[in-house]
Write a protein that binds this ligand. Structure first.
Ligand code: UGA
Length: 432
């Protein structure tokens, strides 16, 4: 099939290249000429394991192409995916849909035959209705169909999540579009993905509800971790014990720092906002947002206790600063809340991240990037394991921390306390 992905961010690029790999002809469109030039040279603007190889392979075999010409690309394609960003509006909680509507207007001017127009971007309920109105201004109803097909890709796992999704959700009441999309996704369905056809509004809400539910699960376990710390219980036992109940499931029950990234913080706020618009109170999600906001304060209090409230002349080493492992993404990472506070209190911060130096941290006093784990650990009083990269899972602290023995605060519980204690280090995790 001939596909056009508009927006070469996370969603558009990963979905585009994966669709190409499944044998479709895909044009990825972006208004950013530099980005398109780089992509043509095989340079990938985002960090995603396996993506570069897949882009190069499909670009070379000509199933994947890149363009800045939206109108021409739409004309050449049968299915158009809108994959532009829907960030939180400045000074508010609702999603900024200006990019989506702008793209819709341009698509509306380029329809030369029947097109299926799909929102893959995360968009609030009724956005599809608005897009339909925009396109309808310049086109007959029979020449297009507006569908919602949300993505459920995780950063760092995006290619695998695309190829082996738990489900493919297609929101449309149009029988013809549904048939075409079922055929497009047939290679994934044959490998076990569930195909679910719903109304367009339901598909839009499924995406937000899923992210909000996962955020709730994490927040739930994080709050229980606080209780475990007071009652000498290991939170890992609780996660396993709960997760074995198939109605609950064990995934997304790992206690840790506040959840972050480009999706959960933004989407939880946006679903609350949508509900408010329809005069419905999503009190559970509201309290999740509040609890998550407070999470970094709680962890900072623990840091304070570990350092006996003395920050001056103390060196704190952060291992990993992104919002999770296997990504270079700093958006809403809890390190961005914690590091500035610690630096302000007078601590020196060193950090190492496998994805390199972070410009977001450059403006803070006494915050230094180190090229490797060993240099980052040198002379530290406290080591904070902030993300769960494999690189951090078997550090020989004894050989790295010569002389000074830092306290280890493992915010991801990647180590067994007894093993680290045996090496003579004071070790603390979360919820245990
Ligand atoms: C999330 C969803 O998982 C995807 O399904 C969705 O497609 C995506 O948002 C999106 O809307 O585009 P992502 O933001 O890449 O994916 O990250 P996750 O792997 O879901 O992690 C989010 C946050 O939760 C991270 O801060 C992570 O450290 C935290 N987390 C996750 C925990 O603290 N505990 C867990 O058990 C799981």
């Amino acid at each position: 099939m001939k596909l056009c992905m508009i927006g070469t961010g996370y969603v558009g690029l990963v979905s585009g290249v994966c669709f190409a790999d499944l044998g479709n002809n895909v044009i990825c469109v972006d208004k950013d000429q530099n980005k398109i030039n780089s992509l043509k040279k095989g340079k990938i603007p985002i960090y995603e394991p396996g993506l570069e190889e897949l882009v190069l392979k499909n670009y070379r075999n000509k199933r994947l192409n890149f363009s800045t010409d939206l109108k021409d690309s739409v004309k050449k394609s049968d299915i158009i995916f809108i994959c532009v960003g829907t960030p939180t509006k400045k000074g508010g909680n609702n999603a900024d849909l200006s990019q989506v509507y702008n793209v819709a207007k341009q698509i509306g001017k380029s329809i030369n035959k029947f097109k299926i127009i799909i929102t893959k971007s995360t968009v609030p309920v009724t956005t599809g209705d608005e897009i339909e109105k925009i396109i309808r201004k310049k086109n007959k109803k029979k020449n297009f169909s507006i569908v919602s097909n949300p993505e459920f890709l995780r950063e760092g796992e995006a290619i695998r999540d695309f190829i082996f999704p738990d489900r493919v959700v297609v929101g449309t009441n149009d029988i013809k579009s549904n048939k075409i999309l079922k055929a497009l996704y047939a290679p994934l369905i044959s490998k076990g993905a569930q195909y679910l056809n719903t109304s367009r509004r339901a598909a839009e809400l499924i995406k937000y509800a899923s992210n909000a539910f996962l955020a709730t699960k994490i927040t739930f376990i994080n709050e229980l971790a606080n209780l475990c710390e007071k009652t000498n219980i290991n939170i890992e036992d609780i996660s396993i014990g709960m997760g074995l109940d198939k109605r609950i499931g064990g995934r997304f029950l790992r206690a840790g720092p506040a959840y972050g990234g480009s999706c959960f913080p933004k989407d939880t706020k946006a679903i609350i906002n949508t509900a408010d618009r329809f005069k419905t109170n999503l009190s559970v999600i509201k309290s999740v947002v509040k609890s998550n906001k407070n999470r970094s304060n709680l962890l900072l209090n623990r840091v304070s206790k570990l350092l006996k409230n003395r920050f001056r002349n103390k060196t704190i080493c952060f291992l990993g600063v992104t919002f999770k492992a296997n990504t270079d993404d700093m958006r809403d990472s809890s390190s961005l809340t914690m590091i500035p506070v610690l630096s302000k209190k007078g601590a020196k911060i060193t950090y190492y991240d496998p994805t390199g130096l972070k410009k977001e941290l450059s403006k803070y006093k006494n915050v230094t990037f180190k090229e490797n784990i060993k240099d980052a650990l040198k002379n530290s009083d406290l080591v904070i394991i902030h993300t769960e990269w494999n690189d951090f899972k078997s550090i020989n602290f004894k050989s790295y921390a010569k002389g000074k023995k830092p306290i280890i605060f493992d915010m991801r519980n990647i180590y067994t306390p007894t093993k680290i204690n045996q090496q003579g280090f004071k070790y603390f995790g979360v919820g245990r």
